[in-house]
Write a protein that binds this ligand. Structure first.
Ligand SMILES: Cc1cc2nc3c(=O)[nH]c(=O)nc-3n(C[C@H](O)[C@H](O)[C@H](O)COP(=O)(O)O)c2cc1C
Length: 485
């Protein structure tokens, strides 16, 4: 696709313009023209969980990491401000807050939150900031469900210095080993390492419960360790080979949590499909690696072409979650490191990215369709959808349609929360969107941390716009963001 033909969403000001554009792209992306508010709003309807808990509406804040904790893994004022905004958003489901490492060597960066005996009180305070803010603005937290996302960054571990990767991998991946080759030592984790990691997750879950969280998310997405477990297809130990082996880690973690903190709910965010890694092409667009080995067998939920979807195993994964009595499921796709255009479609790529190889709306429609298929397959599970921010001014319209038609149970918001944190409250109160706050997918929230700076919406949020970092981000972008020839 020629990038000149990608229309900016902000220019599609009328429903007919958007409808015609979608039809020219030959994708399915229905939306409601008229938004409903108050008691009529599908987005304002509560959701009753199997355990009887009623979640107050259908907006969900997705996990959004800030790269802004202290070196020993505690929240800073920036982290508190972000979580305050989560509480002030109006969303009644807070999926995980952000990725929190279960141990030091699994941190994605030296400023990632860490959960252990020394940080648990500070995580309790962080949760209280969110809950207090929510109570002050919306009157109650009785219908607010808040989880904590637990992670080990695996191949993307970088715990000590922003510039030094310290990958911990579970298998040699022909494409990713090449793409992320560096001169640092790579640790290959074996079966006994994974046995110990199970215990770390269980310990972390116990601490999360102690801190007051309603659930923990055993994150299985975006190329991190537990996602990579799902594509560990060549059998060499009890965690690799068959579907049963590849999900053993999850089953063991869940069994450990149930035995230790039976009252804690468990959720799973997973990349329900994946593509091959993409690389920078000659015209700065993302392309498949020219020497890609096909069939490409390392994409969980992939069809072995490297760019197609086969949901046979993701369906099986949902069956497993149901068997494990896990109701909370958050659907995402791909990875921000090797195929960001399918994970978080954007007009402007981050500094280490590439120009979109497809209209970003195609990426949005893909994730929406996958979530809808999973919901249709297991209507008994609570399914959260991701990837809505690129829809910008049309986000509520697509969201309302999807909720009204049971395509998904919750509309998850990621980047939009960074620029316009209380969009959910405005929509539910029937207010017009504040156009100046709408995320236009500039990707500064990713570019900044790729260069060791804290994340945030530098273009639109005055808090970040007025920081010294803002100029640094601009300079980085001038030098490194791929531009059209
Ligand atoms: C700055 C930034 C931080 C993120 N942090 C996390 C995270 O901690 N955990 C996670 O599962 N996803 C994380 N994501 C992915 C988002 O949750 C979400 O899936 C993605 O941005 C697509 O949703 P959106 O279109 O609403 O932005 C992050 C994304 C961005 C841009």
């Amino acid at each position: 696709m020629n990038n000149n033909t990608i229309k900016k969403i902000a220019t599609l000001k009328e429903a007919t313009f958007l409808r015609n554009y979608i039809s020219n792209l030959d994708i399915l992306l229905p939306f409601d023209e008229k938004l409903l508010s108050g008691s009529e709003s599908p987005l304002g309807k509560s959701y009753k969980m199997k355990n009887g808990f009623s979640i107050g509406n259908r907006f969900c804040v997705l996990p959004m990491e800030g790269w802004d904790s202290t070196y020993d893994g505690k929240p800073t004022v920036h982290t508190h401000r972000r979580w305050k905004n989560f509480g002030d958003s109006g969303a009644k489901l807070i999926w995980g807050g952000e990725a929190v490492a279960v141990r030091q060597d699994g941190r994605s960066n030296p400023n990632q939150l860490l959960i252990n005996e020394n940080t648990v009180d500070s995580l309790h305070d962080l949760l209280n900031t969110l809950r207090k803010t929510h109570r002050e603005r919306f009157g109650t937290t009785d219908d607010l469900l808040v989880g904590l996302q637990l992670t080990h960054s695996g191949r993307f571990s970088c715990p000590t210095k922003h510039t030094v990767a310290e990958p911990q991998i579970i298998y040699h991946h022909p494409e990713l080993d090449k793409k992320f080759k560096n001169n640092t030592k790579v640790t290959l984790l074996d079966e006994s390492d994974l046995d110990l990691l199970v215990l770390d997750y269980v310990r972390a879950a116990k601490l999360a419960y102690q801190a007051g969280f309603n659930f923990v998310d055993i994150k299985h997405c975006h190329g991190y360790l537990t996602h990579e477990l799902l594509s560990n297809i060549e059998e060499h130990d009890k965690y690799s080979g068959s579907f049963e082996n590849r999900t053993r880690f999850l089953r063991d973690v869940v069994a450990g949590i149930r035995a230790t903190v039976p009252c804690l709910e468990i959720g799973v965010r997973f990349s329900a499909f994946d593509f091959s890694p993409f690389v920078l092409g000659k015209d700065k667009k993302g392309i498949l690696p020219p020497d890609l080995q096909v069939p490409y067998v390392y994409a969980f939920g992939g069809d072995s072409t490297g760019v197609g979807i086969d949901l046979t195993e993701p369906y099986r994964f949902l069956d497993l979650l149901a068997e494990l009595d896990i109701e909370l499921v958050c659907v995402t796709g791909g990875s921000p490191y090797y195929n960001p255009h399918i994970q978080r479609p954007a007009t402007f790529p981050p500094s280490d990215g590439y120009l979109p190889p497809e209209d970003p709306l195609v990426g949005v429609a893909r994730q929406i369709e996958v979530a809808a298929k999973l919901k249709a397959y297991r209507s008994d599970l609570l399914i959260v959808g991701s990837c809505y921010s690129y829809l910008q001014d049309w986000l509520p319209n697509v969201g309302q349609y999807n909720i009204r038609n049971n395509k998904v149970d919750f509309i998850g918001l990621g980047r939009m929360i960074l620029s316009y944190h209380d969009l959910p409250a405005d929509v539910l109160e029937g207010k017009h969107l504040k156009r100046k706050k709408v995320c236009r997918t500039f990707s500064d929230c990713t570019t900044a941390p790729r260069h060791g700076l804290i994340s945030g919406c530098y273009p639109l949020d005055p808090y970040y716009k007025n920081m010294d970092n803002s100029k640094k981000v601009k300079d980085i972008k001038k030098k490194s963001v791929p531009k059209k020839k």
